[in-house]
Write a protein that binds this ligand. Structure first.
Ligand code: XUL
Ligand code: MN
Length: 346
């Protein structure tokens, strides 16, 4: 039997958000990057994930040389704290060039901007010592269907991936699907879509996925099935655990907050498939509630990990034998109760 996985944890600077939402301003004053780095360390997390402009602020105003210089300085600070860079993700949803899509914009100059910025993110990833480029395809979709050609957009996405794969022989692309928000409908809403795109690229082995619990729930799917599906292809290279209460805006709640059983099944899927055994991190893409006071600023991360580790124990002590007997007997009624009793602690 394989040794139990020792999980390692990760979060991004945006997970220390200040409470702003579309209807109101921040409720906590901003903290510096150094404060966030120290906070991660205090929590005992081992890695940080970065958008390109988390790593190098105001990136579009800086020369490529300056960008690399600042990336190197960041790498030194990370090394000094003993924190690894888990991934880099180009932020392709903020600049005026990405107003109607990045790789799938109808404007060829804007598509070029997106590809160039992605290549630069790969250069940053190389400096920071990670081979994972995460692609959350925020604006690759449509506000109204008639504005774009969905088939052509597949070609554009493949062309963009090919350009990134050609730029660096080692880089791996982890596509993070999400079905909507900010777009009405996204072109890559599920892991199946992401892995299908991978097959069309010049090096399918280097195109995989990142699953976020909330995004899968927004697609009407069970995140544990998405995890098992991606792991069946050996293509789950990163993970954003959080929670989501039904079909509404992306909530990024603490892990297990909305549905403990769905969270348990995700942990069980990770345990069953061996996620983490090749050095993958468990990242929490969670945000503090708007009401959170500064002295409780780290609770959403600490609590997510606490719940995760308790569910690991629940997965490891799950009465497999009893469950097997009930499955063989088609007694799903008692199987259902077995799971509930196990979670409630008999
Ligand atoms: C958006 C989301 C992003 C990505 C990184 O919903 O999850 O934070 O994880 O770009
Ligand atoms: Mn995410």
């Amino acid at each position: 039997m394989a040794k139990p996985t020792v999980y390692r944890f990760c979060a991004g600077p945006w997970n220390f958000s200040e409470g702003q939402d579309p209807y109101g301003p921040p409720t906590r004053s901003g903290e510096s990057f150094d404060w966030k780095l120290a906070a991660l360390k205090k929590l005992g997390f081992e890695a940080m994930m970065f958008h390109d402009d988390d790593a190098v602020p105001d990136i579009d105003t800086k020369s490529p040389r300056q960008v690399l210089k600042e990336a190197k300085e960041l790498k030194k600070r990370l090394d000094g704290e003993g924190i690894a860079a888990e991934m880099v993700a180009p932020r392709l949803w903020f600049a005026p060039q990405t107003v109607d899509g990045a790789y799938t914009s109808n404007n060829p100059k804007h598509r070029r901007y997106a590809i160039d910025r992605s290549k630069q993110s790969i250069d940053i990833a190389r400096v920071l010592g990670t081979d994972i480029l995460v692609l959350w395809l925020a604006r690759e979709g449509s506000y109204i269907r008639e504005s774009k050609d969905a088939g052509r957009c597949v070609d554009y996405l493949v062309e963009a991936c090919d350009a990134m794969l050609a730029h660096d022989r080692k880089i791996r692309l982890a596509i993070e699907p999400k079905p909507n928000e900010p777009m009405d409908v996204a072109y890559v809403p599920t892991i199946g879509h992401a892995l299908a795109i991978a097959q069309l690229t010049r090096d399918p082995k280097r195109v995989g996925a990142l699953i976020e619990s909330a995004h899968a729930i927004l697609a009407g799917l069970d995140p544990s099935d998405e995890i098992e599906f991606a792991m069946a292809f050996k293509k789950l290279w990163s993970l954003h655990l959080n929670d989501q209460n039904g079909l509404k805006f992306d909530q990024d709640k603490p892990f297990g907050s909305a549905n403990l059983r769905v969270a348990f099944n995700q942990v069980r899927a990770l345990e069953r498939t061996g996620y983490g055994r090749n050095g993958e991190y468990v990242c929490f893409d969670v945000h503090p509630f708007r009401t959170t006071r500064p002295e409780h600023w780290l609770k959403h991360l600490d609590n997510s990990r606490k719940t995760f580790l308790r569910l690991v124990e629940k997965a490891r002590t799950y009465p497999e034998k009893e469950a097997k007997t009930l499955i063989a007997d088609l007694n799903y009624q008692d199987l259902d109760q077995l799971v509930l009793d196990h979670l409630l602690g008999r």
